[in-house]
Design a protein around this ligand. Structure first.
Ligand SMILES: *Cc1c(COP(=O)(O)O)cnc(C)c1O
Length: 367
């Protein structure tokens, strides 16, 4: 127990049944902090996981979507400022496949407007707030296909100054223990093998695996989870054993920039912690057009590279989500969803695979 988790200086760790549950409890904390707000609203990005909506509506709050900055996964700060009303209780800063949101900017906006900043780091490890405590709370997911795969569970990290009160509220939820026996290890092993061997887009079609699932599921129950710390540390260790293959992709795919393709991790600040200590869950690329994206995914798949369209649509277009939203239009998120594809980054991706990807995509731009 002597090894520290990266956020422990600033945050207390609580564990819940899933990342969605942890996010939902973070929303409950925000609502409680502004108890005079009759119809609480929570700001989330217009491109993202439908679980964001489920977590918000489970607390009887309204999700308010904000469009993105063009050619990026970041929420538009102009859009955020327009979306804030006297009913806004929280802003969810969602990291994308290993790229954290611009937390310093969002923390400033939240402080000016007295709203809670929640860092959803389900796809990023470690969370950006471990280095500097930007967020009031941080959400982690230990689900399949997330950085720390414990086959389920989530983390809610609470800023130490607010933790006491929040944790006394958490006590109303039942506690379960994460049951890990032989079967659990075998299942995880099989899952990891499948992830490495079978094209991602085929895995996405196996509902039992529950990855790349872009359907809306209502959140029914919240419960706390007891997770042994050594299991968490082992999961972290295994994430860091992945290669930093995104750096290789950055180099080999650079030529495509001239032809209107964009490798999103090229925009990361080279001197930041993200560049040095960092692994991507998948490698995101924007094609110049939707047609090119379709051709890229097909050509890569034919060559045995597990490319994926990822969510494939903006959040408001996901079945079952729109009834929870007020009407709005999110052209940048739609465009992002139409042109994005992602490439694998797991430990079996070799330099030769990256060369092959570069060759295939370069061929497309000429064809
Ligand atoms: C997966 C995910 C969640 C939900 O986590 P679960 O553990 O699957 O409930 C929340 N936010 C983001 C950004 C995610 O990718």
């Amino acid at each position: 127990d002597s090894l520290a988790l990266p956020w422990e200086k600033f945050y207390r760790s609580e564990y819940m049944g899933s990342g969605t549950q942890a996010l939902s409890f973070a929303v409950a904390i925000a609502i409680q902090g502004k108890s005079k707000t009759p119809d609480p609203e929570v700001i989330i990005p217009a491109y993202g996981c439908p679980d964001l909506v489920a977590a918000v509506v489970a607390q009887n709050a309204r999700p308010v979507l904000v469009d993105l900055v063009p050619n990026s996964p970041y929420m538009s700060d102009v859009g955020i400022r327009k979306a804030i009303t006297s009913s806004t209780v929280a802003l969810v800063a969602v990291g994308f496949l290993g790229m954290s949101e611009r937390l310093n900017l969002l923390a400033e906006i939240c402080a000016e407007n007295n709203i809670l900043l929640i860092e959803d780091s389900a796809q990023c490890f470690p969370p950006a707030s471990s280095y500097k405590p930007f967020a009031d709370c941080i959400v982690l997911s230990f689900g399949r296909g997330k950085p720390i795969n414990l086959m389920g569970g989530g983390g809610l990290l609470l800023r130490r100054s607010m933790a006491e009160e929040a944790i006394s509220n958490l006590r109303r939820y039942p506690v379960k223990a994460l049951t890990i026996g032989k079967a659990w290890f075998v299942k995880r092993k099989i899952f990891n093998l499948l992830l490495a061997r079978i094209p991602y887009y085929m895995l996405e079609k196996i509902p039992l695996l529950g990855i790349g699932d872009t359907r809306f599921h209502k959140l029914q129950h919240l419960f706390r989870l007891r997770i042994p710390k050594n299991l968490l540390l082992a999961g972290i260790h295994s994430f860091y054993s992945r290669p930093q293959i995104h750096l290789r992709y950055n180099t080999e795919l650079k030529v495509l920039n001239k032809f209107g393709w964009r490798c999103l991790t090229n925009d990361l600040d080279g001197g930041s912690w993200q560049a040095s200590n960092h692994r991507m869950l998948r490698y995101p690329v924007l094609a110049p057009s939707m047609d090119m994206r379709e051709r890229a995914v097909d050509a890569l798949y034919a060559a045995g590279i597990g490319a994926s369209r990822f969510y494939g649509q903006s959040l408001d277009q996901v079945d079952g989500v729109s009834e929870w939203l007020t009407r709005g239009d999110y052209p940048v998120a739609k465009d992002f969803a139409a042109r994005l594809f992602t490439l694998p980054t797991h430990e079996d991706v070799r330099s030769a695979d990256v060369f092959l990807v570069a060759e295939i995509l370069s061929g497309l731009r000429q064809g």
